[in-house]
Design a protein around this ligand. Structure first.
Ligand code: FES
Length: 276
């Protein structure tokens, strides 16, 4: 931007008069939060009221409650526990049910939400406390499908292998997955009480296997990934409901990933059978 353009755009910025706080509260905001004091303890609902400010998101409401842990009836309580990190819908850790829909709480602006706002932890993972869940099951499934590319060491390996442009573009789209677990929460095949090993793994590990198989080095472990995707709780348990694609905040075609990996596995099994 030229200096003149910069000066012109600076003049366009409205400077509030001194003493004006554009973040002043515009009213009370009511929330209902599903709380749980620890793993295995009974959940309960608690109402809260926080001062609403312009452009507030759900995380700011939780921070307000943390600053002043008093419920809507004026009773002192414990601060609500939740997880957050990037605050810009990149890490996925703040995922919860906002008004019954699974999404990231950092990108949920209160002005867009129906009142009272209800917050609940995801239902397909064990609750650690309040809105914090244990997503270990997801990471165990990443291990099962070898959702990484092995390296020879931590020394400089030079530029990586060249990739076909179509693979690179497809891989870029898949690499937007932030392991937020929305796809698992929305999947009807994943149940609350399922066995952690034999229950359906959900879409994210399958999409990650597809991503790693696209890479020229990652391809070398493709067969190990196929083995990880087969068997109990694997790709064959998908019912093709497609919720995983609908709820993905990064618009990843998870159902297409599942179809792509099914094709790869079928091809692998056919060739293996022909080889005898
Ligand atoms: S805090 Fe990272 S996605 Fe919300």
């Amino acid at each position: 931007m030229s200096e003149q353009d910069q000066a012109r755009s600076d003049m366009d910025i409205e400077i509030p008069p001194p003493g004006t706080d554009d973040r002043a509260a515009i009213g009370p905001l009511r929330l209902r939060i599903k709380r749980q004091d620890g793993p295995g303890t009974p959940p309960y609902w608690q109402p809260f009221e926080v001062p609403e400010r312009p452009n507030m998101n759900v995380i700011e409401c939780l921070m307000e409650i943390r600053r002043n842990p008093v419920d809507a009836r004026g009773r002192r309580t414990t601060p609500v526990a939740w997880a957050m990190s990037c605050l810009e819908e990149v890490c996925g850790i703040c995922t919860m049910l906002v008004n019954g829909h699974v999404r990231q709480s950092c990108s949920a602006l209160v002005k867009d939400l129906e009142r009272p706002i209800t917050l609940e932890p995801m239902t397909k993972f064990p609750v650690r406390r309040d809105l914090v869940v244990n997503r270990q099951r997801l990471f165990d499934h990443y291990r099962r499908v070898k959702a990484w590319i092995p390296i020879d060491g931590t020394h400089a390996l030079g530029p990586g292998p060249r990739m076909d442009e179509r693979d690179r573009e497809e891989g870029y789209w898949l690499s937007r997955c932030m392991s937020c677990a929305c796809c698992i929460e929305a999947c009807p095949q994943v149940t609350q009480d399922q066995d952690e090993v034999t229950g359906f793994m959900g879409a994210a590990p399958i999409t990650w296997a597809r991503l790693m198989n696209l890479h020229p080095t990652g391809k070398m472990q493709a067969v190990e990934r196929y083995e990880g995707l087969m068997g109990a709780g694997g790709i064959a348990d998908c019912s093709k409901a497609g919720n995983c694609t609908v709820v993905c905040p990064k618009e990843i075609e998870n159902l297409e990933s599942i179809a792509a990996m099914n094709r790869q596995i079928s091809r692998y099994l056919l060739v293996d059978w022909l080889k005898g």
